[in-house]
Design a protein around this ligand. Structure first.
Ligand SMILES: [Zn+2]
Length: 251
């Protein structure tokens, strides 16, 4: 009997459209999801010039969510602090909390060398504008009374330092996310939700997902975030980043 390659998906009808469209006519060799991910399709932007989204209306005068303009750094900072608290509360509502280990950060509106984050050992549903802390890239808390999460600071300092365009990061040990991370697999573009991460996330399996708590020059998570918005840290949890907004990273 000839050697038969194992297919990850037996029912071809469950393959995403892109896989079926490219499937070979030779019936002895069906295409697998791995093939699709190994050779990603060349995607072409369909967003019109001058627009940020295909959903942006061409009709004038309609309300469409956009980045707000602020008259001062203080006003902008207050908005970011309220927004990061809102994201913490939303994570709590969704059950995305895990004791003291989760953290969200946003770069300060005025000083890019500082970032705001939730206080350590405070549940997401207890995070308030008044108990947020502001830290520098050396891990010093320059505003606020609470301790900083050591692993969070090492991670964010490395990412924010290496990628000046990243303004927000979220990290959580969600139940499903942590379970999926244990598999060491990337997301298959099989639904609209996962398509949002197609060619835009990475699985970090190096060192079996060891959490860095020491500052060093070569941070694997920071390296992985080059032009990507999400990472699945194997045996650990999920990380997202945004070059745009808190809302974008938290989603
Ligand atoms: Zn973690």
């Amino acid at each position: 009997m000839p050697p038969h390659r194992h297919d990850h998906i037996d029912n071809e009808s469950s393959l995403p459209r892109i896989a079926r469209a490219a499937a070979p006519t030779n019936r002895t060799r069906r295409q697998t999801i791995s093939d699709v991910l190994d050779k990603p399709a060349k995607t072409k932007s369909i967003v019109q010039e001058g627009k940020v989204s295909i959903y942006q209306p061409t009709q004038e005068g309609l309300i469409f969510p956009e980045l707000l303009q602020f008259s001062s750094h203080a006003e902008h900072r207050q908005y970011l602090k309220e927004r990061i608290v809102g994201a913490c509360r939303a994570f709590s509502l969704q059950g995305f909390d895990y004791g003291f280990a989760d953290h969200l950060t946003v770069r300060d509106s005025e000083n890019p060398g500082l970032y705001w984050t939730n206080p350590m050992a405070i549940h997401f549903n207890q995070v308030k504008v008044s108990n947020l802390i502001c830290a520098d890239h050396q891990g010093n808390v320059v505003k606020g009374n609470h301790a900083i999460n050591r692993a969070g600071f090492v991670l964010y300092a490395a990412v924010h330092e290496q990628h000046q365009d990243i303004v927000v990061m979220c990290h959580a040990h969600t139940v499903y996310g942590t379970a999926f991370a244990a598999l060491g697999k990337s997301l298959v573009p099989m639904s609209q939700d996962t398509c949002a991460f197609f060619e835009d996330h990475v699985v970090i399996g190096d060192e079996a997902g060891k959490v860095a708590v020491e500052v060093k020059g070569d941070n694997k998570v920071a390296n992985a975030f080059k032009s990507l918005k999400a990472a699945i840290h194997q045996n650990h949890g999920l990380l997202t980043a945004s070059r745009h907004s808190i809302d974008s990273a938290a989603f």
